[in-house]
Design a protein around this ligand. Sequence first.
Ligand code: GLY
Length: 343
Amino acid sequence: MFELEVSASKTYKITIEKGFSLFSERVLPYLVGRNVAIITDDIVDKLFGGILDGFLENKRVVKIVLKHGEKSKNAKNYLHIINALAENDFTREDSVIAFGGGVIGDIAGFAASTYMRGITLVAVPTTLLSMVDSSVGGKTAIDLKAGKNLCGTFYQPSAVYINTEFLKSLPKKEIKNGLGEVVKYAFLSDTVKKSDIKNIDENLIYKCLKIKRDIVNEDEKESGVRALLNLGHTVGHAIEKLSGYKLSHGACVVKGLRYSIEVSKRLFDLDGKTVNKMYALLKYAKCDLSVNFSVDEIAEQIIADKKRQGDSVKFVAIKDVGKPEIVKIHLSKLKEMLNDYES
Ligand code: GLY
């Protein structure tokens, strides 16, 4: 068993275990009221639907099942969730369990943070991506037509319960998706070693989350260092959007990392040895770096991204493996560097 404590606007524990021995001890104390809403998706419900019920025998459980996938992270489903809470007489004492991957964590977190101005949220992530990244740190969101995650809050859960048993039924594609974020952590800090990437276990999740925990403790609302967690995401998000969200988030983050290396090479005049070390890491993790979109298409998406800062973007560059740096780059300069790489 591994454990971490986050000290942001709320202090809470992350429990990482293999069996289910600690669920009751680590989760039940936070479910104070009689009502608990389990928000999940159809795939998780089919695979693990009954697992939590056994622990919640003394509660009135309301289950809300959404269709899996990014398209579900919308305003209609958000309203569906909060209306269901209201219709089932949820009060401020009652709780929401986000039981699923990143999409469920985001929308359930957003619903919990806004229903009656905030009710208890417990995260029980079931995918590698949500275990190593999105279940911790309090980012909640739904997507708008204009872009991904444009409507959301910072709202920390009361507890995060991670159980690697859930990973056993995860399709290979989903493991690859999560590996994208794992590789990102290996670039952010040399505490995640190349050799760690091969063993997807409690220790790897702990190492990734320790990096995230330290960053969130320092900068919960992303006014500074938290932007480091967006390494690979500037171009990654653009590719994700261009693919119509058919490519997974993690798959796009690794493609984005390729551009982070190339931009960093130009920004810092990196030597061949350092650049080779970075590519070796991507190769070791068997990352698919192919991109079917032109630099012009990617640049257009970055310009359209509402999260840019005027004519610039906060780009996470890498001086070496384990040495990231946030650099403000003018969009025209970024486009020039990407074009230079493509030609
Ligand atoms: N996934 C990036 C963050 O939580 O800030």
